[in-house]
Design a protein around this ligand. Structure first.
Ligand code: PMP
Ligand code: GLN
Length: 378
């Protein structure tokens, strides 16, 4: 029987992490650090539990945490989102994306996504009856052609989803990209989801242009962030969504019956931790050093490499090494070479395979060294 879950496949992150375990491979596939969160942050969680913050948080999230998020956005992007009405704490970015789509996308609404696209966008759009309209970005730059975007807009287009810094390519949107997006969204009265989970992980002196920086754009955008990426605790599954009061009202109508609220003691801990901006401002430098180290180790490998500009991912082009499709290639690397990576074609439009695999460099130096040794032998 046809249901709206037909054709939804198992996420590539489940597939590859399982395969990594089965073949005892070094796991550079699913994106997560293999080092721990700051012990001070863990102590703050313990203190919050001991101080009795063990019951439900308010529906929108702990007020102190929302206040700290508001202050962070003001500090970085010079825009005030009100803690009272414009911020909701979510169970990671995934739930925020799901909720924003559920709250706004109806049957036959078209949503423009840029492929390679993070894997939860398309199935979620489909679950609510929407239609994804993919625009394929291409190596080497993975840049958006905004004239092409304009050409895809119809009377049914309701939303554009962007993701910068971009997973998996490591590309970041320029100020000009954001201005073009703002102009198109205004002209066609579109909503936007701006997936900014890697907002603090930008390299080489480049800048992250949050949708929050663009006054008109910020009025029609759900900006989504993840603490998991920022504080090395993807397993805590905490993130947030900020949007105008009108959009946030719709968002919360869904959120209240989806989860109602999320983990309270961890929210308390994060509220205190965010009071020290150095806790997130140094993240770009931290990961840039890891990227540089990893790339220096891969210097004489046969992979084609253009350094990532942001995120903790690096693409490796294997077209000089093999003619295999990227799914077959990554399976073989896992089984034969004991290294698990992500085939990027699964994020693309059907049939687009650029012979590029994604590796996660949020790893200890020892892991990066062991991984580079294998990658150089391929
Ligand atoms: N968006 C992107 C682009 C991601 O890479 C991820 C996960 N790494 C998410 C959303 C989901 O984040 P979370 O783990 O906070 O749900
Ligand atoms: N976002 C992570 C990645 O891109 C994985 C998250 C997940 O497993 N769903 O690898």
């Amino acid at each position: 029987k046809a249901t709206n879950t037909n054709n939804i496949k198992e996420s590539i992150f489940t597939v590859m992490s399982k395969m990594a375990t089965k073949y005892e491979a070094i796991n550079l596939s699913q994106g997560f650090p293999n080092f721990d969160s700051d012990p001070d942050l863990i102590n703050l969680v313990e203190a919050a539990m001991r101080n009795g913050h063990n019951q439900y948080a308010p529906m929108a999230g702990d007020f102190e945490l929302r206040t700290q998020i508001s202050l962070k956005i003001e500090l970085l992007y010079k825009k005030i989102f009100k803690a009272e009405t414009e911020i909701t704490i979510t169970a990671g970015a995934t739930q925020a994306i799901f909720t924003a789509i559920a709250a706004t996308i109806h049957k036959n609404d078209e949503v423009i996504i840029f492929t390679p696209a993070y894997d939860c966008y398309e199935p979620t759009i489909r679950l609510f009856g929407g239609i994804s309209v993919p625009i394929q970005l291409r190596p080497p730059g993975y840049h958006v052609d905004w004239a092409e975007v304009e050409g895809k807009i119809t009377s049914k287009t309701r939303m554009i989803i962007i993701n910068s810094p971009h997973n998996p390519s490591g590309m970041i949107f320029s100020e000009k990209d954001m201005l073009q997006l703002e102009a198109i969204a205004e002209k066609h009265d579109l909503l936007v989801i701006s997936d900014e989970v890697y907002e603090h992980i930008v390299f080489d002196g480049l800048q992250h242009y949050s949708a929050a920086k663009f006054p008109k754009l910020s009025q029609r955008t759900f900006i989504i962030a993840s603490f998991g990426k920022t504080f090395h605790n993807t397993g805590w599954k905490l993130g947030y969504c900020v949007a105008s009061e009108a959009l946030m009202k719709k968002f919360q109508m869904v959120h209240q019956f989806n989860v109602f609220c999320v983990n309270h003691p961890m929210q308390k801990a994060l509220a205190t931790y965010l009071k020290t901006p150095e806790n997130y401002l140094n993240l770009g430098a931290f990961y840039q050093q890891k990227r540089n180290y990893f790339l220096s180790l891969l210097k004489d490998s046969r992979f084609g490499i253009i350094p990532s500009s942001g995120t903790y991912f690096q693409l490796l082009d294997y077209s000089e090494i093999s003619d295999e499709g990227d799914i077959a290639f990554t399976e073989r690397l896992t089984k034969e070479y004991k290294i698990a990576t992500i085939p990027t074609s699964v994020f693309n439009k059907e049939g687009a395979d650029f012979k590029q695999i994604r590796v996660c460099f949020a790893k200890t130096e020892a892991t990066l060294e062991a991984a580079a040794k294998i990658l150089k032998s391929i």
